[in-house]
Design a protein around this ligand. Sequence first.
Ligand code: NAP
Length: 303
Amino acid sequence: MAIFEKVALIGIGLIGSSIARVVREREIINNIAISTRSQETLDAARDLGLGDEYNIDASAIVHDADLVIICTPIGVVGKVLQSIAGNLKPGAIVSDVSSVKASVLEQMQPFIPDGVHLVPAHPVAGTEKSGPQHGFSTLFDNRWCILTPPSSADKAAVKLVSEFWQACGSNIEIMDADHHDRVLAITSHLPQLVAYNMVGTADDLETVTSSEVIKYSAGGFRDSTRLAASDPTMWRDVCLHNKDSILEMLTRFSEELSAMQKAVRWGDGEALFEMFTRTRNIRRDIIDAGQEVDTPNFGRDQK
Ligand code: NAP
């Protein structure tokens, strides 16, 4: 049986379109309404057959929606909510998918009308691609979805949003928005910034030609370029909206890097060996937790 009668998806990029696909495929919600900023993306969503209803005006699709999920970049979530707030149905649940939560909670809370429930969510799943054509229905399978409801949140609404994400394939964790931002700063935001930095460093090198960088990229560099190809808007917003936690993790990272630099300079093989052994165990734990496959080369086709 469907969990909700109607969902309104505002923003239909990688995440919004993946939600639309899994909802349709697993019959989680009967009616899918879609709105997005540009006519071009709305037409693409229609051509892909992602929804039952399409409207460039977000406020026109929310009046009878039981669940509204804002799937836009982090920086505009509050503005989008403000534009639809007057049309929300009493008892509706408003959620989002943003990768940063404290700022989003702050943006959204002032615009939630009485009788409407706010349950922010972050599906910790994605790829470096953007746009509705790149979504897929299994994106959330066996991935965590973190809910960060405000302390005053309606328990029944939190339960329904949990059930919704479980039906989409996710495991649920509920945590405080600030804690979420600290955890994700180390597991997601720092690696992303390191990748941007590493690829940028190679791009700046004058003694190694760019064709050599491309030709010999089979090392760790190639895997960093996947991250570094991610959407600049999304990652700009992550940095602007999770500033404190990211700065803290960057400081810790710089300290670790200095220690490594010192070990390399002084030929301290013991320190290097100890460091590399510790990190190897972390990968083992991630594989054991089912969050990575234990095949060489990330399971990539060797061709
Ligand atoms: P995306 O593929 O780039 O799609 C973004 C959607 O938001 C499009 O429908 C776009 O509309 C709309 N949009 C862009 N700028 C807007 C603006 N200024 N005002 C209103 N709408 C705007 O992005 P995505 O990867 O799905 O990411 C969406 C959210 O999911 C972000 O908050 C991100 O933090 C979160 N998230 C992403 C990932 C990931 O790996 N990508 C993972 C987890 C969570 P038009 O195309 O019509 O302009």
